[in-house]
Design a protein. Structure first.
Length: 666
């Protein structure tokens, strides 16, 4: 959908220049932008050289562009180079004398805790690599991992990388159908799962879900089961193996082979309420070079950092900023199994204090949830002074939430690094450098050095400041997904066909997001291209309306969607989660939107709801809100509503019934 005819109406004027003391010690300075622009390939050569390579590359980039809508793009980075991803994340730090450094502080939801050093992680990965080989897994075979956030999840992921197997991590709360699709699509040889997991204060059995998913799949030769909860589970002696039986007695030393830079590393599946998920393929050398450099640069990663990315390990954010980025840079990090409110809403504050977290990276939706829980101040009694940098990821953050996050978690002093990227991009593409970039609440800021992202119109021309357009990337980058597994045509059609043949590199990558840029060149994400409401010909960004609503003191979260209207075509429907004891007044909210954006953006409908439906990455499912609205109108008109589809992959599936009840009562 072309958004070039719409405008960005919400104005944010606050700005936070870099702190001089932070800038003086920053890993990256402003010269990186000029250096990368002068010679992008040389810039990425230097980024890749931060890794240990067994054989050097002879060609930085071999790029076959999508010259037209029928050609399939092909990128190969660091051609001829060979490395082992797991060695770069574990072994080289032990060899450098840092084996006693804690790699992982694990905290389970029930309160169990484990500290794993790099030397101990090296042993665990070696044993798991031997176990994979013993189960018949070879380089190139696919392994699906259906586990919660555990030490074993990180270990098996690195073990796959070590032997050249291709891993695909699946969120442990997904349905058997969602898991089965990923097993079938990848033709996985092995499934790794658990007897159960701890979720929202309860021990939940999950082995039966795995059993349903693998039933009749002859290509799944074994199911490797981690004992986590102690549930009695069904067992197939011909197929199932306990982790402790297969892994714990394996040799503690493993000779790692090196693999071509383009050797497949992992598959990650896009998810949503409609459509067949796409299995995006990431490869070894380019992905790790991008992930490692980006983590080091925009998080200003230091050897003594305690890094906490709060994402589930199955999300791409965790692949890059909870596994490969931090471990390749030798950091200590926290991994937490549970939910933020188990057993109480201060759990994250307790964890930050307990481990001395220095970098805290989380989703805007959780920040807004904290706002509804805590109000203007965090609960007393927690020392968060260890935090030196904050980060956000998942979707555009409302300016009010950005400022609240900086003021409460960051003492109104530390940088907030808002990162824009996708499963398809591999690592951050648009993000501030904390010692360089002036921060603007709500803006992802500017493309990282080496990345050429722009906002263009339907003809591929850059839009003027203040105009909305399509966010594109105009040249290849190392972390880019290489294809859609088994369907290169879909890769071309989904991401490259719109602007095939454009620019110096023969094509633009289409991110699927609308955006605008301001007079300083800062990019503001306006949401997915279809997250636009058309009211009497006025095209309005749902993100901007939500930002105006959340700026009201009585609103903690807001989800905005377009719903059918007989007069205006579409009307704005706002689903609002209140903040504080008193529910916000609908008239006051409409007035706030009119003040911030304009009368045309005022919501026709305001519905107070207890929660909003969100994906595991924290994105609000606005189309589901529209479906729920339509279903309620159908019910009132005596029509049978259309089915909503599978909602089991939501972070909070219970929200659907609660929103439906709120609509019914409205």
């Amino acid at each position: 959908m072309d958004v070039s005819a719409s405008e960005s109406r919400l104005v944010e004027t606050r700005a936070f220049p870099p702190d001089a003391a932070f800038a003086a010690q920053a890993n990256v300075t402003g010269e990186a932008y000029a250096r990368a622009e002068a010679d992008p390939l040389a810039f990425w050569d230097a980024a890749a050289a931060r890794l240990d390579w067994d054989e050097p590359w002879h060609t930085t980039l071999d790029w076959q562009p999508p010259h037209d809508a029928a050609s399939v793009p092909s990128a190969r980075w660091f051609v001829g180079g060979r490395l082992n991803v797991a060695v770069n994340c574990v072994d080289r730090h032990v060899a450098a004398g840092r084996g006693d450094t804690v790699a992982l502080h694990f905290e389970g939801e029930p309160g169990d805790r484990i500290g794993v050093t790099y030397a101990e992680l090296q042993v665990r990965v070696a044993q798991a690599a031997h176990a994979l080989t013993a189960l018949g897994v070879e380089a190139g075979d696919r392994v699906v991992v259906y586990l919660p956030v555990l030490v074993e999840t990180v270990v098996i992921t690195l073990a796959c990388a070590r032997i050249g197997a291709v891993h695909s991590l699946v969120f442990g709360g997904f349905s058997a159908e969602a898991l089965r699709f990923r097993l079938e699509d990848s033709r996985a040889k092995l499934l790794v799962t658990s007897d159960g997991q701890h979720r929202r204060g309860a021990a939940v059995e999950v082995k039966s879900t795995a059993d349903t998913a693998v039933a009749g799949l002859s290509h799944v030769e074994h199911v490797l089961v981690v004992r986590r909860t102690g549930h009695d589970v069904a067992w197939d002696d011909t197929r199932d193996r306990w982790w402790h039986d297969v892994v714990d007695d394996q040799p503690t030393v493993h000779d790692a082979a090196s693999f071509d830079a383009e050797h497949p590393l992992f598959l990650i599946y896009t998810s949503g309420t409609t459509g067949r998920p796409k299995g995006l393929l990431h490869t070894s050398g380019g992905y790790l070079a991008h992930a490692s450099w980006a983590h080091w640069a925009h998080f200003d990663a230091k050897p003594d950092d305690v890094h906490w990315c709060t994402a589930d390990l199955a999300w791409v954010t965790a692949h890059t900023y909870e596994i490969y980025g931090p471990l390749s840079n030798g950091l200590t990090q926290v991994i937490y199994e549970g939910t933020p409110d188990s057993p109480n809403r201060e759990r994250h504050l307790e964890i930050v204090e307990r481990y001395g977290v220095t970098v805290y990276y989380t989703a805007p939706t959780l920040i807004r949830t904290f706002m509804t829980w805590f109000g203007e101040q965090l609960p007393p009694g927690h020392d968060l002074s260890s935090i030196r940098l904050l980060g956000t990821v998942g979707e555009a953050i409302n300016p009010a939430a950005w400022v609240w996050f900086r003021r409460t978690f960051g003492r109104d002093a530390v940088p907030v690094v808002d990162t824009w990227w996708q499963s398809e991009t591999g690592a951050a593409m648009i993000a501030p450098l904390p010692g360089v970039t002036t921060l603007k609440p709500g803006s992802a800021s500017v493309p990282l050095p080496g990345i050429d992202a722009a906002v263009v119109d339907g003809a591929g021309r850059e839009v003027e400041p203040g105009r909305a357009g399509t966010l594109v990337v105009r040249r290849p980058w190392p972390g880019m997904a290489r294809t859609v597994w088994g369907d290169p045509g879909r890769y071309r059609d989904a991401y490259w066909s719109t602007y095939a043949g454009h620019g110096a590199y023969g094509g633009y990558y289409v991110a699927g997001d609308g955006a605008t840029r301001d007079s300083d060149g800062h990019i503001w994400i306006l949401g997915r291209l279809d997250d636009v409401v058309n009211v009497s010909g006025h095209r309005l960004s749902t993100i901007e309306i939500e930002s105006a609503l959340v700026a009201h003191a009585g609103v903690g979260e807001a989800g905005v969607t377009g719903v059918a209207d007989a007069v205006t075509g579409q009307a704005v429907a706002a689903f609002v989660v209140g903040s504080g004891a008193q529910a916000p007044d609908a008239a006051a909210l409409r007035a706030e939107v009119a003040r911030a954006i304009g009368p045309v953006a005022k919501p026709r409908h305001v519905v107070l709801v207890p929660d909003l439906p969100k994906t595991r990455s924290g994105k609000i499912l606005r189309r589901l809100l529209a479906q729920l609205w339509t279903a309620e109108q159908d019910r009132r008109a005596g029509r049978a509503p259309e089915p909503l589809g599978d909602t089991t992959s939501l972070q909070n599936p219970e929200s659907v019934e609660r929103i439906a009840a709120a609509l019914s009562a409205a």
